[in-house]
Design a protein around this ligand. Structure first.
Ligand code: ADP
Ligand code: MG
Length: 910
């Protein structure tokens, strides 16, 4: 019911629609007589509308045409009222046998005549008049069917029975017709029609069943729920019962069961409350939700060319009709004396809803400004049914007995007033955003699941690829290891072959060497001859001295006879002077011969050394002439060379020889440096040479001389002297490293480099000089010399590196050194690794040792791994022909966590 007048249509309005609103009226099967209802005692102006027209099924289009969503105002629809007369019951047949019925029905005129007394009647007109013979089917079709059809079309509908207890309200509405199908009441038939019309895939039908007693709303489907609250939508004014059980109906059988259950609960509740069912109102609410499709949908959407995507995102248009069937409490007045066992307050409360309904209908019928909807729960629940948007059909039930004329009259008056109530029917159509959201939610969840599945499949694929790759890597590593092993065997074979070739070469050299030895014998013979010459000369000198002595004694004799003759004296003096001059000349010759002998003996010595080394024994130019010059003076002593050198050393004097190093004559300098070098080769001479300043002079020669021979020989001498620790310090303090480096830089002869490298290599073996040596560029100088690929040079470089590594290792062990090797710092590692397997064994041995020394210290391990030294160590530990080195390498590897970790990482069993 409208709280204001907005939805109310008064009679004037209704009349004004007469003739123009037949379309609106047509679907109502209750014959729509648009003329004023209930014209008491007046002939009805238009009673011609056929009753049969009310039975025909209304066309769905007819309501739709007037009831689109666009028309917010709705379609006028008056409350239709039918009256039904119950037949006399057994008691009445007996008790009222002598009396006529208090009503007379004229169904063809839709009139009811109420007998006031034997001579006076009141006539009332209704939308339908149903006699005591009216079948249940007919009652349904006339009263309820049009309402049901409206509900199926998306309107709210109400079918309500009003009347005195015992007049057939429940018979009309609620008969289940289990014994006789013809007995089925409106509720059962309505549900049959609804279920026949809806499609259960797209539509839904659900039911609540309630009882209202003394203003408490009880759930007949869940009796524990006995105080359901009514919720009103503040905007639309629609009411809802969120607390009520709502059961979805899918077939008639389950609906009937539900009705029986509700009825049983109603009975139990009334027993418990000590009430009668006639004092409570029963409300059945059927919610019909239908989705609009096909022609209707196209009609609802003005653009019919929507895409599929748009369609799937478009909410379904739904129509929600609600059918409310109300079996009201008996309309008879409650005896205020409380004869039924109620107090006055209870009696008031029991009838509150019903009297409120009467007041509201009066207000609506009279077009009153105020309709007291809020006075009771029933009026709140039926707000839409009277003066609202629902199609409402009321059946009032009356009995025939004249004894109840008063109640019958008031029932008739209620019906008459209700006929004046005008509703505005509104299509309950809306977009179903909720189910669209639900549908999209489901789609989203499906997509999420699909995504998760794909994600998992992707991860599995990645894992499979990773495993494959790992397998391939390990296979490749295995192949690599096999190839390495193959290579190793190949190199071993080649190595053996080259050793064999070298042995052959060595044999050939041996042969050549023996030939040269023969040559050397002849040279030795020449030397012996020279020696003979020398001793002869010595004896000549002795003879001359004797002569001098002799002459001296003669002089003495002459002096004694001085006086005898001055001339004789003078003569003798002259002789004496002559003799002195000759002596001097002889001495000069002796000195000369000594120098020549010195040279010859050095050259002979050098020739011998060269032959020993397998180099061509070239005899210096001019030697022959010297020999031939000297030969007559050489005696036949036959002493060894060494002895002669020592003699020479003593005879000529070390100082003199050293002073010749600075002689102006280049040849003399060359000879002198060779002599010194020879002397320095003998350990016994070394100290004397150094004490006499020989080492200083030799170092100076490296700086001052431009002659490579001098460089070579001097460097050789320095190398020999550098074997002694004291000398090493001296060399260093005299700037030996830079002098040697410079010499190496200018050298062209590999032998010069060999000497220089040898000297530095010796210095490398001094523990105390490590840092100084490195600081002055010793390691760089060594590494610079590897440009010359001569194996002799490389062997010395390797020896130097090994010496240095050994000293470093010792210093690290003693805790005197931290940090990584200076060799690595100075970039020696690549060369070391490159030559670790050099075919020349001296080189290889030194490097193998150097690697072992370096590897003994963890701080070097990372560099060695990145530099490839680990492989060499592994190889050494497996293949080195020297057991001690092999063991050392193995021990070194196994004691280093870094190496072990790397080997494990490379999956090399060690
Ligand atoms: P109410 O619900 O109004 O109190 P009921 O429907 O219980 O009345 O009916 C009272 C009695 O009258 C029941 O026994 C019922 O079977 C019977 N009755 C009511 N209407 C008819 C009818 N049209 N034909 C036959 N019997 C009826
Ligand atoms: Mg009843």
């Amino acid at each position: 019911m409208a709280s204001g007048g907005g939805n109310y249509r008064n009679g004037t309005h209704r009349n004004s629609l007469k003739g123009t609103t037949t379309a609106t009226d047509r679907p109502l099967s209750v014959n729509s007589n648009p003329s004023k209802p209930a014209l008491k005692n007046k002939p009805l102006s238009s009673a011609g509308a056929s009753a049969s027209s009310g039975l025909r099924k209304s066309s769905p289009g007819s309501l739709g045409a007037g009831g689109t969503t666009k028309d917010d105002a709705g379609v006028p629809g008056r409350v239709r009222v039918a009256v039904r007369l119950r037949p006399r019951n057994a008691e009445e047949l007996v008790a009222d046998a002598d009396f006529a019925d208090c009503v007379e029905l004229q169904p063809e005129f839709k009139r009811l005549k109420l007998r006031k007394n034997n001579w006076d009647t009141d006539t009332y007109e209704f939308d339908e008049v149903l006699t005591e013979f009216a079948s249940q089917k007919r009652v349904y079709e006339v009263v309820a069917k049009p309402v049901v059809e409206s509900v199926l079309d998306g309107y709210n509908g109400t079918v309500m029975a009003y009347g005195q207890t015992g007049t057939g309200k429940t018979y009309t509405l609620g008969r289940l017709g289990e014994e006789d199908t013809a007995d089925r009441g409106i509720i059962v038939r309505a549900m049959e029609d609804i279920l026949a019309d809806v499609s259960l895939e797209t539509d839904s039908v659900s039911v609540s069943y309630l009882q209202l007693y003394m203003e408490s709303l009880q759930d007949l489907l869940d009796p524990t729920n006995d105080n359901i609250s009514i919720v009103e939508d503040p905007k639309s004014g629609d009411i809802s019962l969120p607390g009520a059980t709502l059961v979805e109906i899918r077939d008639q059988r389950s609906f009937l069961e539900l009705l029986r259950l509700g009825e049983a609960h109603r009975y139990a509740a009334n027993t418990r409350l000590n009430t009668e069912s006639s004092r409570s109102h029963a409300l059945l609410m059927v919610h019909v939700k239908r989705s609009v499709k096909g022609r209707d949908l196209a009609h609802s959407f003005h653009n019919g060319n929507t895409t599929n995507m748009a369609k799937s995102l478009r909410p379904t248009l739904v129509r929600k009709g609600k059918l409310v069937v109300v079996d009201l409490a008996g309309s008879e007045r409650i005896d205020k004396s409380g004869s039924e066992g109620h107090t006055l307050e209870e009696a008031k409360s029991i009838n509150l809803s019903l009297s409120a309904l009467g007041k509201c209908i009066n207000a609506l019928a009279e077009n009153s400004a105020h309709v007291p909807v809020r006075d009771s729960k029933l009026t709140r629940l039926l707000r839409d049914s009277f003066g609202g948007t629902a199609r409402t059909s009321l059946v009032i039930t009356i009995g025939p007995s004249p004894r109840h004329r008063g109640e019958t009259t008031s029932t008739i008056m209620f019906g008459q007033r209700a006929m004046k109530v005008e509703n505005m029917l509104k299509l309950k159509e809306e977009f179903d955003y909720k189910s669209l959201a639900r549908k999209l939610d489901i789609q989203l969840d499906q997509l999420i699941m699909e995504h998760e599945r794909k994600q998992k499949a992707f991860e599995d694929e990645i894992e499979r690829i990773t495993t494959d790759a790992e397998n391939q890597i390990s296979e490749a590593e295995q192949n690599y290891a096999n190839a390495m092993e193959k290579e190793r065997l190949k190199y071993q074979k080649e190595y053996m072959e080259s050793i064999k070739k070298l042995e052959e070469k060595w044999m050939m050299n041996q042969q050549k060497h023996s030939e040269r030895k023969d040559q050397m014998v002849s040279t030795a013979e020449e030397v012996a001859e020279l020696k003979k010459l020398l001793s002869k000369e010595t004896s000549l000198r002795k003879a001359a001295e004797e002569e001098v002595n002799n002459l001296k004694s003669q002089i003495a004799q002459l002096k004694m006879s001085e006086a005898s003759a001055d001339s004789e004296v003078l003569k003798l003096r002259k002789v004496l002077e002559d003799e002195a001059y000759r002596k001097e000349k002889l001495e000069g010759e002796i000195s000369m011969l000594q120098t020549q002998l010195l040279q010859l003996s050095f050259e002979a010595d050098e020739t011998r050394r060269r032959l020993d080394r397998g180099l061509p024994g070239k005899v210096p130019v001019g030697l022959d002439s010297l020999i031939s010059q000297a030969r007559p003076q050489v005696n036949d002593s036959g002493n060894g060379e060494k002895a002669s050198m020592e003699n020479l050393f003593e005879q000529v004097g070390l100082q003199k020889i050293l002073s010749l190093l600075e002689a102006e004559d280049a040849d003399v300098r060359v000879h002198a440096v060779k002599v010194v070098a020879n002397l320095a080769a003998e350990e016994s001479n070394q100290q004397k040479i150094v004490e006499a300043g020989g080492l200083t002079s030799l170092l100076a020669l490296l700086g001052t001389s431009k002659d490579e021979t001098i460089h070579r020989v001097a460097a050789g001498a320095i190398a020999n002297l550098a074997m002694n620790e004291t000398n090493q310090e001296l060399i260093m303090s005299e700037g030996g490293i830079s002098l040697l480096s410079m010499t190496a830089a200018n050298a062209e002869d590999p032998q010069t480099l060999r000497m220089v490298a040898g000297a530095i290599a010796n210095l490398c073996g001094n523990d105390k000089l490590q840092n100084k040596l490195r600081g002055e560029g010793g390691i760089k100088a060594l590494l610079g010399m590897v440009k010359c690929r001569h194996p002799d040079v490389l062997a010395q470089v390797a020896r130097g590196i090994a010496n240095f590594a050994k000293c470093e290792s010792r210093a690290s062990t003693q805790g005197n050194k931290t940090g990584r090797s200076l060799l690595i710092e100075d970039g020696a590692l690549p060369w070391i690794v490159q030559n670790a397997n050099n075919e020349a064994s001296p080189i290889r041995r030194h490097i193998e040792l150097a690697l072992c020394h370096l590897a003994q210290h963890e701080v070097n391990a990372r560099d060695m791994i990145t530099g490839g030294a680990l492989w060499e160590l592994v190889r050494i530990s497996r293949d080195c022909s020297r057991e001690d080195i092999r063991t050392l390498a193995h021990r070194t590897l196994t004691s280093s966590p870094t190496f072990l970790a790397e080997l494990r990482r490379l999956r090399i069993d060690y």
